[in-house]
Design a binder for this molecule. Structure first.
Ligand code: GLN
Length: 374
């Protein structure tokens, strides 16, 4: 080897989600780890994609296929000129990291955190600062700690509601306090709202409605339309900033896959009109209940999610890798979502975007495993 790669490649280690999916495949385990649906995407999306390949095949502008920007704007009730299409929400978050902060800056985020937030902050040269959520009977943000943690170097605050992995949806009161803090310290707000249509009670409040001047909203067609591999995401920017954000992401991927942008543009209005999201919520609500009641019947403490397709639970003295090998069930260890503080003892995340028979079988296998181990 001529010379070592840049030390930044310390960030290149396999993500916990890829790692656990690989182990699941290797051991023929049920995968309640990585959050991707077992069911196929809706037919109206697949048909639109078939029509688009061979029609929309060349580059689109970096801000996105105009027809898709319009469809997203229409769906979200925002202006199309403030929408930037990206290669999935991951690239959206990366483009924002590049555009909003750099060396010497701090980025505030809550802990447990979704795995891309920290490497992306570090790739931009900034320092991630984590504020722990409280967990007693349920997950709660500690906004007093958040406020105390802010230094003059802080430039942005990352919020995720509905929240992966906790399943929390922040209340209006909490969001208003967060906005007040952001205004006082002049912080950008990056609001990761990829699970915006996945809630089980009241719909989540949109951060951009509380702080339009400083909120970048991140969304995902993959999450909404059950096609996580399509890599079509978006950013809604504060007024006047979409050009620069699109200008930053052009250097990473120039544009997202054009026929799939076309297909998503066709599918978004159909999904809304035909009540696809309501059906999805109903179906996920049933799967959540199935998983949660199954775990409770095994005496496991669960923390019921208000949204997302994730459920957190406490299984003390359990090792996720041993579980894959011995019980053929894959879940994500809570420690994967902690970098600064240690995870609550025995915390695990279950993804329930899987078929009902997979969920039932996973609970059965877990039950047998825990019983034998006693
Ligand atoms: N969002 C998915 C999850 O939390 C994984 C995303 C990924 O693997 N990049 O499981």
């Amino acid at each position: 080897m001529p010379r070592p790669l840049h030390p930044r490649t310390q960030l290149s280690k396999e993500s916990i989600f890829s790692h656990m999916s690989r182990l699941a495949a290797q051991h023929g385990a049920i995968n309640l780890g990585q959050g991707f649906p077992s069911n196929p995407p809706p037919k109206f999306l697949l048909e639109a994609a078939r029509r688009a390949v061979g029609t929309t095949d060349q580059y689109t502008p970096p801000a996105g296929l105009p027809k898709l920007r319009e469809a997203i704007a229409e769906d979200l009730g925002v202006e199309a000129e403030n929408v930037v299409v990206t290669a999935g929400a991951t690239e959206a978050l990366h483009a924002l990291a590049e555009a909003l902060y750099g060396a010497g800056d701090q980025v505030l985020m809550l802990e447990p955190y979704f795995d891309v937030y920290i490497p992306q902050a570090k790739m931009a040269g900034a320092e991630p600062v984590l504020v722990p959520m409280r967990l007693r009977d349920k997950w709660e943000p500690d906004l007093a700690v958040l406020e105390r943690t802010i230094s003059p170097s802080a430039k942005a605050l990352l919020i995720n509601s509905p929240y992966n992995p906790t399943g929390s949806i922040f209340s209006r009161t909490d969001l208003e306090k967060i906005v007040a803090i952001a205004r006082q310290h002049d912080l950008w707000i990056i609001s990761d709202e990829v699970y915006d249509e996945l809630y089980f009670g009241e719909p989540p409040i949109k951060m951009r409605e509380l702080a339009p001047e400083r909120t970048f909203t991140v969304g995902s067609a993959g999450k909404r339309l059950e096609a996580t591999g399509w890599r079509i995401g978006w950013i809604v920017t504060p007024p006047g900033l979409a050009g620069e954000i699109a200008g930053m992401r052009q250097w990473a991927s120039f544009c997202s896959v054009s026929p799939l942008q076309d297909a998503v543009a066709e599918a978004l209005p159909i999904a809304r009109r035909e009540g696809f999201y309501a059906e999805l919520r109903q179906s996920y609500g049933k799967r959540k209940d199935l998983l949660e009641s199954g775990l409770k019947s095994l005496g496991i403490q669960t923390f019921s999610p208000a949204g997302t397709y994730f459920l957190t639970a406490k299984l003390p003295n359990l090792d996720a890798e041993t579980l894959v090998r011995e019980a053929k069930v894959t879940i994500i260890p809570g420690s994967a979502f902690y970098a600064q503080n240690s995870a609550p003892e025995g915390l695990f995340r279950f993804a329930f975007c899987k078929k009902t028979d997979e969920i039932s079988l996973a609970v059965e296998r877990l039950g047998q495993y825990l019983h034998v181990r006693q």
